[in-house]
Design a protein around this ligand. Structure first.
Ligand code: PEP
Ligand code: MG
Length: 321
């Protein structure tokens, strides 16, 4: 089987009925690009920049970050690279920021919330990204967006830094798409409002599932509630894709669910445009999608979205596709 998959490295990801989707990879460091290229990734769907900040005792400089982003963009040779701005907090700590302990870190001062307040740190990252933008196809994505106000504020800061760089005479790409993660239920429910202002969405199911079912993604005791195929999750994903497509925007998914064998047929049928997963899952997913018919699955989408339980969804998918 592995040998069969290997033949697909340079192939497109096209379903039986000719529908193309993009299979991208999640990375954490510039070195991870090797795996993306070896496995035929069509882009980077999520560059988790936290690793630049972790395992050290001070913030990374603008120059250090610029080098990392430039390396990834250059090595991806014009293929899309979605860089997520700093998503610290929750399970990922930065001891040198000396933030007070919180009762509920996953509901607390993290990710974009922290960046909008610690603006020097945020602006440094954005400057590094903007300077690197001319070396490839950069897309910038903000994590943990709960309200439209947050997205607007983050985008405004980005535009301010772009303006400053241009005044200083630094070249910045004019084609940087600016999007957001959909990983908080409020943004999924109101996706139609966000869709008018973003260039793209990337659904972060790891957090979306945790917040929708109120089940800590790290807690074994409640792991039975961590249900990717729960009707509530499938309906939220459906809403997000519908809302985005209505505004002509594309939707990716960068949570674990994007590389999941049971989820893939459903996501294809729902119209997901980009699937971002660990590099080692790409060829298997490509092989699976090349044997699926989107039109066929679409005929069953209403039925799937009307199912009552995750178990029902799983057995249906196993039987049908
Ligand atoms: C997610 O929440 O689905 C996601 C991709 O981000 P992370 O796993 O880094 O929280
Ligand atoms: Mg997340």
């Amino acid at each position: 089987q592995k040998a069969e998959w290997a033949k697909l490295v340079n192939e497109q990801t096209v379903s039986v009925d000719g529908h193309h989707v993009e299979l991208a990879a999640n990375i954490g460091t510039p070195e991870d690009v090797n795996g993306v290229l070896e496995n035929g990734g069509e882009g980077v769907g999520l560059y988790r920049t936290e690793f630049l900040y972790m395992g050290r005792d001070c913030l990374p400089t603008e120059e250090e970050q610029f080098e990392a982003y430039k390396t990834v963009l250059e090595r991806m040779k014009g293929k899309p690279v979605v860089v997520r701005t700093l998503d610290i907090g929750g399970d990922k700590e930065l001891p040198y920021l000396e933030l007070p302990k919180e009762m509920n870190p996953f509901l607390g001062f993290r990710a974009i919330r922290l960046c909008l307040e610690m603006q020097d740190m945020f602006r440094t990252q954005l400057r590094a990204l903007l300077r690197a933008s001319t070396y490839g196809n950069l897309k910038i994505m903000f994590p943990m967006i709960a309200t439209l106000g947050e997205f607007r504020q983050a985008k405004e800061i980005l535009l301010e830094e772009k303006e400053k760089l241009q005044v200083e005479g630094t070249k910045v790409s004019d084609n940087i798409e600016v999007g957001m993660m959909v990983e908080i239920p409020s943004s999924a429910v109101s996706a139609d409002l966000f869709a008018k202002e973003v260039d793209f969405f990337s659904i972060g199911t790891n957090d979306l599932i945790q917040y929708t079912l109120a089940a800590d993604r790290m807690n074994e005791r409640v792991s039975y509630l961590y249900q990717p195929y729960n009707p509530a999750i499938l309906r939220l994903i459906h809403m997000v894709i519908q809302a985005a497509h209505k505004e002509g925007k594309w939707v990716g998914m960068c949570g674990e669910m994007a590389g999941d064998e049971i989820a893939i047929p459903i996501l294809l049928g729902l119209g997901l445009d980009e699937f971002s997963m660990s590099a080692t899952s790409i060829l298997k997913a490509r092989s699976q999608i090349r044997n699926l018919s989107k039109e066929d699955i679409e005929k069953h989408i209403d039925a799937i979205l009307s199912m009552s339980t995750a178990e029902e969804v799983v057995s249906f998918v196993k039987e049908q596709f």
